[in-house]
Design a protein around this ligand. Structure first.
Ligand SMILES: Nc1ncnc2c1ncn2[C@@H]1O[C@H](COP(=O)(O)OP(=O)(O)O)[C@@H](O)[C@H]1O
Ligand SMILES: [Mg+2]
Length: 299
């Protein structure tokens, strides 16, 4: 396995025995008494060790709420979350989250941003500098090491963020719609980049999205979420070969099958919120109809 290759510096290797998250009967609500709103209800799933698990669900169903609990920023009202059998009690560099909003410091260069974690821990060692160099190369930003974030394209900024998270060697990488807002072409390039990084290091990854093509292209396992209050509606094993290449995946019959199956479930969930009058759901239903047309035409 590439992750155990001697070429890879220790800080970016996946640990062979670590990285499984278990979510058991988790519930979370906001507000009190009759103003209480259930966002997550009796939700259980496993983020399997060294796999790339993708969660997809309608906008507003409670995905980010789940991520905040996985990261330890918030506690469930009921149920438990464990990492390798130990309860998650607060934030820790073992579980790093890359959010949709860019978190790069605009007054730091690409290199300084990547070195931020080690420096904040007082580890500006030769070892950390070597890792930063290695990761700059991995994300294709060696030529941009001394540029500031506003001088980088959207896709480069996201790649710098991936490197900035990876240098901390988290046991689990958690990503909340990290490519949202990129234009279609940059997004597809990011899928290949990110899949390549995953395939090389094989650490446990948990990736949240509302984009069905992104979900299928990346996932080993796809968790399809119900409408709010959310729980896992279905799990699909996406048994497509790796390394993944855009042309191979979107020409494959299996990908098309998974897409139709996933979209039917998501459509049912969106319809539930649509009857509640949600704008997000109306947008989803419209996008869904277009996508279904394409998926069937391709079948
Ligand atoms: N801190 C909070 N206080 C009150 N309501 C919240 C809070 N966080 C999230 N919610 C509600 O939970 C629901 C789900 O939000 P979120 O988890 O961000 O959904 P998603 O990430 O799936 O789009 C939303 O209706 C939102 O209004
Ligand atoms: Mg969200």
């Amino acid at each position: 396995m590439a992750a155990l290759d001697n070429q890879v510096p220790s800080a970016v290797k996946a640990r062979a025995d670590a990285g499984e998250i278990q979510v058991t009967n988790v519930s979370r609500s906001y507000g009190v008494a009759r103003f209480a709103k259930d966002v997550v209800r009796d939700c259980s799933f496993t983020i399997e060790r060294h796999k790339l698990t993708v969660m997809i669900g309608p906008s507003g169903c409670g995905k980010t709420t789940l991520i905040r609990m996985l990261a330890g920023f918030e506690k469930p009202n009921a149920g438990s979350i464990t990492l390798d059998g130990k309860p998650v009690t607060g934030p820790n560099k073992d579980r790093l989250v890359v959010f949709q909003e860019t978190a790069l410091f605009p007054w730091m260069t690409t290199y300084e941003n990547i070195m931020y974690g080690p420096r904040a821990r007082g580890e500006d060692s030769q070892h950390a500098r070597d890792q930063a160099k290695f990761l700059l190369d991995k994300v294709g930003l060696t030529g941009f090491r001394d540029k500031y974030p506003p001088q980088l394209s959207g896709g480069m900024q996201r790649r710098a963020e991936l490197a900035r998270a990876m240098i901390n060697n988290p046991v689990v990488m958690i990503l909340d719609e990290p490519f949202r807002g990129l234009d279609a072409m940059s997004k597809e390039l990011m899928w290949e980049y990110y899949a390549g990084l995953y395939e090389e290091f094989r650490r446990t990854n948990f990736f949240v999205t509302t984009d069905i093509d992104e979900a299928i292209f990346l996932a080993d396992r796809l968790l399809i979420m119900s409408n709010i209050p959310t729980r896992v509606r279905a799990v699909i094993e996406v048994d497509l070969p790796r390394p993944r290449r855009l042309a191979d995946i979107f020409d494959s019959e299996r990908a098309n099958e998974v897409k139709i199956q996933a979209l039917s479930l998501l459509h049912e969930e969106a319809m539930k919120s649509f009857t509640g009058g949600s704008k997000a759901a109306a947008d989803f239903v419209e996008a869904y109809s277009k996508r279904m047309g394409k998926a069937k035409a391709g079948a």
